[in-house]
Design a protein around this ligand. Structure first.
Ligand SMILES: O=C(O)CCC(=O)C(=O)O
Ligand SMILES: [Fe+2]
Length: 497
């Protein structure tokens, strides 16, 4: 450290003092060159050592990384036959394998064009036909996906388990919630004013109230409320900030509750239950999940870690107004299924249902179609969905005005992607065109089941989640093994006695 400084000092004096005599000058220059070469040598040596250490560290890193990847590679997801291939035994010393290769790509089935039929092999000895129903969303129909008997088993299992109301009546305490959030009327107004034109159009109020309260307000209801609360003083059907200020945030809700809300006025009027499909479940349920894996060509680990089967029953008069099965994803949105493995808590949550597979479990006498109101529309404009005379989201009134309706036929499955691709083989933005609903059942009952495949649009979060689950499973397996060994010992000891 000192040597270069000495050199600098020498250089400085050299420039400011008279030229020295030759001998000392020679000595000085000799000294200078030896100092210089020694420091040069030291620097080179240090650099060389650091370089060697870096190279060794890099080699070790690559070696160990390849080592743990070896297991992953053994369970490589091959896009050719789109199934996991377990080629070898994993090394018991290596950390738990989540079955989640790096850079995994999600295969997406091509629709080609509406009406295109492709043959698919889902069960031994049978070929199914898969027809493209729309490209926006990417939607397919597969007749005879389930046999008559299988449909019967699923319905009976659901009945055995018991069904609950899909939607409970009006959640209360919105006023309290607003107080907690401490929002001013101006802030709430701005939040509701989607197009920011300084006025609240009926569709802005309706959309919000439907999502928040689960009550399916119609334009007529809204007029009735405005009159009842004397809120729209100029009678133009729009709410200004001034008019809005006179309202309490739960005024609509209170008005409706006083007047009474019927089941038919809810967003959803059905009952449902959940059926586990993993190991130990009824064989039909396990088979169904395997078939879904083959159909969607997704890695089995993704399908296995998704939600259980949801079985739904609509009575006569039942419906489900148009909705998206999964919401839009913003950077701060968390997925319900990977929440446990995520490092952060987020107030925004959605179920991240990449794919919906919907099964029809019976023939409905009349009504009960699944509607896709904007399928293959040229554009998607939320505001134009709710017009005064036609509300395309309303499956009790305007199902026949939607672009596409699927008739429920026992054993048929339909499936669609709720998200687009991100162009790199993973989940991208929400596909708004996947809007759909269950038309009112005008005669008879309707039984359907949903298999949702959950994928986190954040690849790393999905990978961490799978790693986390596989570690838990390993732990559980180890514990089971230990307890088995203990009981074996117990038996042996017993036998010894
Ligand atoms: O009943 C239908 O046809 C559609 C059901 C549905 O969209 C759902 O359960 O999310
Ligand atoms: Fe749905």
């Amino acid at each position: 450290m000192m040597e270069p400084q000495d050199n600098i000092e020498e250089d400085d004096t050299a420039s400011s003092s008279p030229p020295p005599r030759s001998l000392p000058r020679q000595r000085v220059s000799l000294q200078k060159s030896s100092v210089c070469s020694r420091s040069y040598f030291m620097v080179v040596m240090v650099f060389f050592h650091v370089y060697i250490i870096n190279v060794i560290a890099l080699l070790l890193y690559v070696h160990y990384n390849n080592g743990s990847n070896a297991i992953t590679a053994n369970r490589d997801f091959t896009s050719k036959d789109n199934s996991y291939k377990v080629n070898g035994e994993s090394d018991p010393q290596t950390p738990a394998d989540s079955g989640f290769p790096r850079n995994m790509h999600l295969p997406r089935i091509e629709g080609i064009r509406v009406g295109h039929v492709q043959k698919v092999s889902l069960v031994p000895g049978k070929v199914h036909e898969m027809k493209t129903l729309s490209l926006k969303p990417l939607l397919f129909e597969i007749p005879e996906f389930l046999s008559e008997e299988e449909c019967g088993v699923v319905v009976r299992l659901a009945q055995l388990k018991g069904l609950m109301e899909s939607q409970v009546m009006v959640p209360e305490g919105q006023e309290e919630l607003n107080q907690q959030l401490n929002l001013s009327p101006e802030e709430i107004f701005n939040f509701l004013d989607l197009n920011q034109d300084g006025q609240l159009q009926p569709h802005e109020i309706l959309t919000h109230s439907r999502v928040r309260d689960g009550i399916w307000l119609t334009s007529e209801n809204l007029k009735e409320i405005y009159d009842g609360l004397k809120v729209d003083q100029d009678g133009n059907g729009l709410l200004s900030l001034e008019e809005f200020r006179h309202l309490k945030s739960d005024a609509f809700q209170r008005f409706l509750l006083k007047r009474g809300v019927e089941r038919s006025q809810l967003v959803r009027n059905s009952r449902h239950t959940w059926l586990y499909q993993g190991q130990g479940a009824h064989q039909v349920l396990q088979d169904l999940r395997k078939r879904v894996t083959r159909l969607t060509r997704l890695p089995s680990s993704l399908v296995e870690l998704s939600e259980p089967l949801q079985v739904v029953r609509y009575e006569q008069g039942g419906h489900y107004h148009a909705h998206h099965d999964s919401g839009p994803v913003y950077p701060e949105t968390a997925c319900t299924h990977t929440r446990l493995a995520a490092n952060t808590t987020s107030p925004f949550q959605t179920s991240c249902r990449y794919i919906t597979v919907l099964f029809y479990l019976n023939n409905v006498e009349e009504g009960g179609e699944t509607t896709f109101p904007v399928a293959d529309n040229r554009t998607y404009e939320e505001a134009s969905l709710i017009q005064n005379d036609v509300d395309l989201l309303d499956t009790r009134k305007h199902c026949e005005k939607g672009n596409l309706r699927v008739k429920p036929i026992k054993g048929t499955a339909v499936f669609w992607y709720n998200y687009l691709s991100d162009g790199r083989g993973w989940v991208g933005e929400q596909d708004e065109y996947s809007l759909h609903g269950g038309c009112v059942v005008t005669r008879g009952t309707k039984w359907v089941a949903n298999n949702w495949i959950n994928v986190d649009p954040d690849y790393q979060r999905q990978a961490r989640y799978q790693q986390f689950v596989s570690q838990q499973q390993d732990k559980q397996e180890q514990e089971e093994l230990i307890s088995e060994m203990n009981s074996d010992q117990h038996i042996e000891r017993h036998q010894d006695l």
